[in-house]
Ligand binder design. Sequence first.
Ligand code: S2G
Ligand code: ZN
Length: 471
Amino acid sequence: MPYSNDPTMLLDGIRAFIDPVHVRTDPDSRLNYGRDWTRLYAPNPLAVVLPGSVDQAQQLVRYANDYRLALVPSGGRTGLSGAAVACQSEIVVSLERMNQIIEFDPVDRSVTCQAGVVTEAVQNFAREHDLYYPVDFASRGSSQIGGNIATNAGGIKVIRYGLTRNWVTGLKVITGRGDLLELNRGLIKNASGYDLRHLFIGSEGTLGLIVEATLQLTRPLREPVVMVLGVPNLDSMMSLYHVFRNKLELSAFEFFSELALRHVLNKGLHRPFDVATPYYVLIEFDNPEQWHTDTALALFEQCAEQGWLADGVISQSESQAKELWRLREDISESISEYLPYKNDLAVRISRAPAFLAEADALLTREYPDFEVLWYGHIGDGNLHINILKPDKLDPAAFIAKCGTVSEHLFSILQQYGGSISAEHGVGLTKKPYLQYTRDETEISYLRAIKQAFDPNGIMNPGKIFDSHNDA
Ligand code: S2G
Ligand code: ZN
């Protein structure tokens, strides 16, 4: 194995097969490409490299093996767990130049695109062909397909359409060994042994580089209708869910607290109705025929009689539906200035109310002076808890306090069989808590898989868990 720790020599070696203009070491590039949406780690990559082709990407991975260079794959960097952070002189590998839609097949209803295509571009492409790519979330305008796949992104339509994993029918990857694999090749059925595609989905860049994906598309929602309901408590929320999902095919069932709503209202949006309630539920369903809306209104009356809701509004137009969605989707951005400490928890839906009540009691007791916001995809058991840093509290002290409380929170979560990360991934932020969701035996299997795909530990070392051979 050749060896050198001279950065200039190492980067000149890369410039031999990637245009030097795409091997960046300027401070701005190192700052912006060395971080994701977390602000807990000081970005410090050695360089940012932007391959323009699968061949260049493969040469880069092989070169990194030769010189034991750590590579951090980089998409839209909208992650919230530090998985795309480079703070240990790694080389950031940005896929943004590999941003072409390669093929569309109307019979397969599939689109093949490079990893650097922005999520919203795939959604728009599908719409232009009277189809729908149903994985959707607030960061759609800047996240990239490769990153969505690496984190198995979920978002707001999971209860009807599932997660990214459900829509990937083919993957082209470069493994940490430098081998190019074409996985599943767009097949709906393929019973030819282990499905390696599903190891890369959710791997957070630790097994190799995702360079192309074949995505399944589907029939679009027809005139979706949105309701926002004011709810007095968590049990009422789940009663509403039970009643509405039994009569309507819901595409979303989200919730948010009054505190979360207030932060969005501070940014200029309007209350959905006059009365303020502890919680709000946002429901979306297809409205192909009038009876769907009639049914929803009848259910509204039924639930009001039960005391499960205090007030509500139903969209009368597509623009009003979008406005109601902003009450939920704008929460994250409206609180980003407070450097929120984020928990992204998953529990089985049936256990959500009991867990929520126990967790809320813990957080109220442990965070008497902190503002705690609850929101998320309650319909699939995914709860987002955001603790806002008090103005005067030192960031390090705030994070330390939240980390301590997280230990208690995850202990409760473990009793409910939940996950410390529902959709944001483990990355760096949740790595210290992985054992609350995966036991040591299971983690040993994760390590064995990592060893098989990335024996020199060059791929995103230190993310999810530490490997003994991290570069
Ligand atoms: C959501 C976005 C990130 C966050 O709003 O559903 O996944 O936790 C989140 O603020
Ligand atoms: Zn979410």
